[in-house]
Design a protein around this ligand. Structure first.
Ligand code: ADP
Ligand code: MG
Length: 425
């Protein structure tokens, strides 16, 4: 095995050193061990499987939930070398000719990374292909999608292990190493992932989830008109900066985007009801800074690597703190300013509860518990950072982070410290 990992890191990615746990993770995986990586958004998870895939024999299979995300990563990898078949993706968007190209590049050994949607991985028709070449390891990105306790549950993620087992059996190998990666670190999600992927003994690498440069604030939502004008005022004060505004409904996304446009802002709507081409264009325009503000449902953002998002506003309170953490995590990835403001009204909470009426009992119960956590967070007067980190099982050592509304403008200092005792007990 390669002793010096810095050399290939520099050669392929142009970085001088590893971030956080990256090197230890990569060594563990390259030793053939199952590996579990918990790292916040922007922590550098992709490199933990991209670099080893380039150094190991065979092709790494990366399971990834979104087509946009796969395309983005494949473009980056193929930009790294002359060999433009180094990475490929396989999902429902490919036509026959494109599939043939992928198959021949993979089978010739040229391709080191194959991104697949979980649906494609589990499809019976693809099994013979997946069994026809050497696999270095499986990487399960956004692994929280496996859990109903995560904010992005995808049932197809549940079938990954059986597929891996079929492939290993066919090829007569005991074990193909698995690396699971996520930015969701709650205990429930963590244990779900390990069980479902059959990697209960995996070595775990957990980094701190603190994002010191993010400022957290909750504002009371009195009415939509008032919220709209608060947002417009905020945007005027931050003219020319890039940000995302999340709304719960597509209708509100459309309305607000239009209102912002009428007010002279470079804003665009984004939600799953828009055509794929329109969505891709909006996303590209945002990256290229032809649009400053994306007004979106939570369909927007996963895997979008824009370093200088300066604010994330939640027009409506999110369904879970994981979701909130993920979405706010898209701000300030470059380490610079990241203002995260969420509007909260107990009425919205009721609305969210109502949405769950159509769901099954078990799912409803999970949904209710997640909502309770969000409510506690929104209504609390203790340090937001402390609460968020506590939710992810991490103790924040200070009582005052100096970068959230509750720390900078304490409401009732006495009440706050009492509430703190309750939370931490
Ligand atoms: P995550 O998947 O954990 O959210 P990414 O893999 O998208 O994070 O990486 C976030 C950013 O960090 C990317 O811009 C990536 O190029 C950068 N990055 C990753 N590893 C390093 C490193 N060792 N040195 C400098 N930048 C890095
Ligand atoms: Mg990632």
């Amino acid at each position: 095995m390669e002793d010096n990992l810095i050399k290939p890191l520099k050669q392929y990615f142009g970085f001088d050193k590893f971030k956080g746990d990256q090197e230890a993770v990569i060594r563990n995986l390259m030793d053939g061990n199952d590996t579990f990586v918990l790292m916040p958004t922007g922590g550098g998870k992709s490199l933990c499987y991209q670099l080893p895939s380039l150094l190991m024999k065979g092709t790494a299979i990366v399971v990834s939930p979104l087509i946009a995300l796969m395309k983005n990563q494949v473009d980056v990898i193929n930009g790294l070398s002359e060999n433009d078949g180094l990475a490929h993706y396989m999902n429902s968007s490919l036509n026959k000719a494109a599939i043939n190209r992928v198959v021949s590049d993979v089978q010739s050994g040229k391709t080191k990374l194959l991104y697949v949607a979980p649906e494609s991985l589990n499809k019976e028709d693809n099994l013979a292909f997946l069994e026809s070449f050497e696999i270095s390891f499986f990487a399960i990105d956004e692994a929280h999608c496996i859990s109903e306790w995560g904010h992005d549950f995808r049932p197809e993620y549940r079938n990954i292990r059986p597929t891996i087992d079929k492939i290993a059996k066919f090829r007569g190998i005991d074990k193909i190493p698995v690396i699971a990666l996520t930015a969701t670190a709650t205990d429930k999600v963590r244990s779900d992932i390990k069980k479902s992927l059959g990697i209960v003994d995996a070595k775990e690498f957990k980094s701190s989830f603190n994002r010191p440069n993010l400022y957290y604030e909750i504002r009371q939502k009195v009415s939509e008109e008032d919220t709209d004008s608060q947002i417009i005022r905020f945007l005027r004060q931050h003219e020319g900066k890039c940000g995302i505004i999340y709304c719960l409904s597509r209708k509100k996304v459309e309305e607000l985007a239009q209102k912002l446009q009428l007010n002279g802002f470079k804003a665009a709507p984004y939600h799953a009801g828009l055509d794929t081409e329109v969505r891709t264009m909006t996303q590209d325009d945002f990256i290229k800074e032809e649009i400053d503000i994306i007004v979106a449902t939570i369909a927007f953002g996963m895997g979008i690597d824009k370093p200088d998002v300066r604010f994330v506003i939640h027009y409506d309170i999110p369904k879970s703190l994981e979701g909130y953490y993920q979405e706010t995590g898209r701000a300030g990835r470059d380490g610079g300013e990241g203002i995260c403001i969420a509007f909260y009204s107990p009425k919205d909470l009721k609305k969210l509860e109502k949405f769950m009426d159509s769901k099954g009992e078990a799912e409803k119960e999970i949904g209710r518990q997640l909502l309770q956590e969000t409510k506690a967070y929104a209504e609390s007067s203790i340090c937001r950072r402390k609460m968020l980190l506590h939710y992810f099982g991490e103790a924040y050592p200070k009582d005052n982070c100096g970068n959230c509304d509750n720390c900078m403008h304490p409401k009732h200092p006495k009440e706050a410290s009492e509430a703190l005792l309750v939370v931490l007990s």
